[in-house]
Design a binder for this molecule. Structure first.
Ligand SMILES: *Cc1c(COP(=O)(O)O)cnc(C)c1O
Length: 233
C-alpha cells in the first residue's frame, strides 16, 4: 500500500468534479445523474483516502485484490453491499469475499461462475454478478468473448445462487467510442433474450481517462481510480 500523495480535501474536490462531469454527460445523453454510479477503485490506495471518498459521496468501492481488500476493508466502515469485486478472482479466494462483497463484476469464466454459485449457496448469499466481456478480444484480458457471451449468459442464468445484473468491460485503450457502442449493443441483445432471473441493465465501463464517453454510451457504473486518488506507482 502506498501513502496518499494528495493533500487533504483533494479527494473530495476531485470527486465533486467527476460527479459534475458525469451529470453533464448524462444530461447530454438524456439521462439523469442518478442513473450512473461513481465507483472509487481502491487498489494501492490507503484506507484513509478510501474513507475520504466514501464521505465525499462515492456510491461504490471497487476492489481488485483479495489480500489487500482483507487488510483494508475493516477500516472502510461502509456497508459491504457497496463493495464490488472487479479484479480476476481465483476460485481458492472466493471464501474470503463471500458475504463481504455486494457484487462480483469480474465474472470471467464458467468455472468461476460454478465455484461462486456453490460457495454462495453454502453461505446463503444470492450473489449479484456482472459478466465480464473481453470486448476487444485481447489476449492479455479476461472475460467472455462477444461471440460466446449469449451461451455463457444462459448457463450462468441457471445458477440459482447467482443473480446477473449486467455486463462489465475493460476495453482496449484508444478505441474511442467504438467499444462502448459494442458493449451497449451486447447488453441490448442480451436483454432482448429475456432470460428468467437475469437483468442486463447494468453496464460497468469507463475509467478515469474515458468515463465521459462511457456515460454517453449508457454506462451505469464508471470505475475511477487515478482520477480520484492520483497516479499509482
Ligand atoms: C484500476 C482499475 C480501474 C481504474 O483505473 P483508472 O484508470 O485508475 O481510473 C478500473 N477498472 C478496473 C477493473 C481496474 O483494475
Amino acid at each position: 500500500m502506498t501513502k496518499s500523495l494528495l493533500p487533504k480535501g483533494e479527494v473530495a474536490r476531485r470527486l465533486q468534479r467527476i460527479q459534475a462531469a458525469i451529470a453533464e454527460e448524462a444530461a447530454n445523453a438524456g439521462r439523469g445523474p442518478g442513473e450512473v454510479a461513481l465507483m472509487a477503485v481502491t487498489k494501492t490506495v490507503p484506507a484513509s483516502s478510501v474513507r475520504e471518498a466514501l464521505l465525499a459521496g462515492a456510491d461504490l468501492l471497487g476492489e481488485s485484490r483479495v489480500q489487500e481488500f482483507r487488510e483494508k476493508s475493516q477500516f472502510y466502515r461502509c456497508r459491504w453491499e457497496k463493495i464490488h469485486f472487479i479484479g480476476h478472482l481465483q476460485t481458492n479466494k472466493i471464501r474470503d469475499i463471500i458475504n463481504r462483497i455486494g457484487c462480483v463484476e469480474s465474472l470471467d469464466s464458467l468455472r468461476l461462475a460454478a465455484a461462486l454459485n456453490s460457495q454462495a449457496g453454502a453461505a446463503c448469499q444470492k450473489l449479484p454478478v456482472f459478466i465480464q466481456v473481453n470486448i476487444g478480444a485481447e489476449d492479455a484480458k479476461g472475460g467472455f468473448l462477444p461471440e460466446g457471451l449469449a451461451d455463457a449468459a444462459r448457463q450462468i442464468a441457471e445458477m440459482e445462487n447467482l443473480s446477473i445484473k449486467g455486463l462489465m468491460a475493460i476495453p482496449p485503450k484508444g478505441g474511442g467510442d467504438l467499444w462502448f457502442g459494442r458493449m451497449r449493443e451486447l447488453s441490448e441483445r442480451l436483454s432482448a433474450f429475456a432470460l428468467p432471473g437475469a437483468d442486463f441493465s447494468g453496464l460497468s465501463m469507463g475509467m478515469s481517462a474515458d468515463f465521459r464517453p462511457a456515460v454517453r454510451f449508457g454506462a451505469t457504473i464508471v470505475r475511477i481510480g487515478s482520477g480520484l486518488f492520483g497516479p499509482r506507482d
